[in-house]
Write a protein that binds this ligand. Structure first.
Ligand code: SF4
Ligand code: SF4
Ligand code: FES
Length: 490
């Protein structure tokens, strides 16, 4: 293992590590544009130059392998002058867009200019090269070529990660620009990662553009519930509204996010968000809706049943199991969900679209219940006349419910989720508004954390279950989500 000295401190690194990685190990930050830990090295921007003793010229830290005995300096006058020169070069043609650029506040050009340059431009503003601006390239991105510093991260991402190779550097020298290859559209399933990767405001997200300034955003660490992969994410929000989702890179699951996952936050503020109950097709206040649902459950008596859901947290499924066992006192309940698991595209997207199949199965192991086959059979045989479940889980029993005429009572966050023919729908808070535990396809237990507050009157699902039990004449004594887990070895 090579041992080298960086700014007077000795460090031992793995063979093959670069000077930039060695410095990182010591906590020494080296500025970079083209370098990205998950992409191949390009060594094109020259922002990472450092001095190596006995080397006649400065070297790029991102592409120079650490060697035994090397003496590296990252803060000498020569290095500082080089950084200043690189910035001056990059800024020659960069437009003065900052006041209207979405990247402002999180832009490496701004940050590095303040940290390493502060020089006045020697080039007249009118001489700047003009390039194409604000071009929509694909469903999620806008490209502004004037702002591009040709680091090629976007090109390498499409070539190496999605392997779709939509982008390339066109022309040569100072005529170079990034563009789509002929006949291509930037519509791969991971395109929004390019907006994160782009160190300047050349690629921006069509969804996030002009929503808010980066410095207003608060960040909540949570998880994506778009599929069973369960990527770690940060929800960025301002004034009780989520504005975007970005990855929380981690070694276990994800560096990137898929575009579908990034858009899951939109349901929170969608026009069809439910805050009241729905009986058949009519919207009614929550309390009468609960009363109506409780009456239908009482009427069905021993033919009432509960179906859990792989879209719900472990706590909310546990609350449903308490509803079945303690309030309805029925054996007609089911948490038996199997789905093919595994990454379907070799990158992130899971074959299982539900985020908590593993969590539901864990509940089955703890609480028992019917297999999905037996549950369906009982509906078909008329032994189950009312089913309480989560809206998306109703799809598992849709045909048999339709054939038997059983009543479907669902919990849903949005109107679009309500299955055809549902008798009643009760609203609940989404997992951007309330916490919950989920187990991803790797068996990793993770927490969804609330980023924003739910609309007045919209409660977490466990609380709705608690209310429903009261209307049915039983107290489940659920004061918090964890109460539902009492007695479960989890
Ligand atoms: S568009 Fe952004 S990521 Fe692509 S080369 Fe230009 S600066 Fe780099
Ligand atoms: S792969 Fe799944 S968990 Fe990851 S971002 Fe996409 S939808 Fe979300
Ligand atoms: S980060 Fe090293 S050359 Fe760009």
């Amino acid at each position: 293992m090579p041992k080298l000295t960086i700014d007077g401190n000795t460090v031992e690194v793995a063979k093959g590590a670069t000077l930039l990685e060695a410095a990182q190990q010591l906590g020494v930050y080296i500025p970079r544009y083209c370098y990205h830990p998950k992409l191949t090295v390009s060594g094109s921007c020259r922002m990472c130059m450092v001095e190596v003793e006995k080397s006649p010229k400065l070297v790029t830290a991102c592409s120079t392998e650490a060697a035994d005995g090397m003496i590296v300096r990252t803060t000498t006058d020569k290095v500082k002058a080089a950084r200043k020169d690189v910035l001056e070069f990059l800024l020659i043609n960069h437009p003065l867009d900052c006041p209207i650029c979405d990247q402002a506040g999180e832009c490496s050009l701004q940050d590095y200019y303040m940290a390493y340059s502060l020089a006045k431009s020697r080039f007249p503003q009118g001489d700047k090269a003009r390039r194409a601006k604000r071009r929509a390239v694909g469903p999620h991105l806008v490209l502004d070529n004037e702002r591009c510093i040709l680091c090629t991260r976007c090109v390498r991402f499409c070539a190496e990660v999605t392997k779709t190779s939509e982008l390339d550097v066109m022309e040569r020298a100072d005529h170079s620009y990034i563009d789509l290859k002929e006949g291509k559209a930037l519509d791969n399933d991971y395109s929004l990662n390019i907006a994160d990767l782009c160190p300047v405001g050349a690629f921006t997200s069509r969804d996030f553009r002009f929503k808010t300034r980066a410095w207003f955003l608060k960040k909540t660490s949570t998880i994506c519930l778009g599929c069973a992969t369960g990527c770690l994410i940060e929800a960025h929000h301002h004034e009780n509204a989520v504005h975007r989702i970005v990855p929380r890179p981690n070694a276990e699951t994800n560096t990137w996010l898929c575009d579908h996952g990034r858009m899951t936050y939109k349901a929170v503020r969608a026009g069809d968000r439910l805050a009241k109950g729905v009986i058949k097709n009519g919207v009614i206040d929550l309390e009468p809706a609960l009363r109506e649902v409780a009456s239908r459950i009482d009427e069905a008596h021993s033919a009432a049943a509960v179906l859990g859901s792989p879209w719900l947290s472990v706590e909310d499924n546990a609350a449903l199991s308490r509803l079945a066992g303690d309030a309805l006192k029925t054996e007609n309940f089911c948490f038996d969900f199997t789905a093919e698991q595994g990454i379907r595209d070799g990158i992130l997207i899971n074959k299982d679209p539900a985020p908590n199949t593993a969590g539901a199965m864990l509940l089955k192991a703890a609480r028992g219940g019917l297999t999905l086959e037996e549950f369906s059979r009982r509906i078909g045989a008329g032994q189950i006349k009312v089913v309480v479940t989560e809206a998306r889980a109703a799809a598992f029993i849709k045909d048999v419910v339709k054939a038997s005429g059983a009543r479907l009572i669902v919990f849903a966050t949005n109107k679009a989720q309500i299955p055809a023919g549902a008798y009643a729908t009760l609203p609940y808070a989404s997992y951007f508004e309330t916490p919950g535990t989920f187990i991803n396809h790797q068996g990793l237990r993770r927490r969804a954390e609330p980023a924003v507050e739910a609309q007045e009157g919209v409660k977490p699902l466990w609380e709705m279950v608690n209310k429903l039990a009261v209307y049915s004449g039983t107290s489940l004594r659920l004061h918090c989500a964890e109460d539902a887990l009492k007695g479960i070895n989890f």
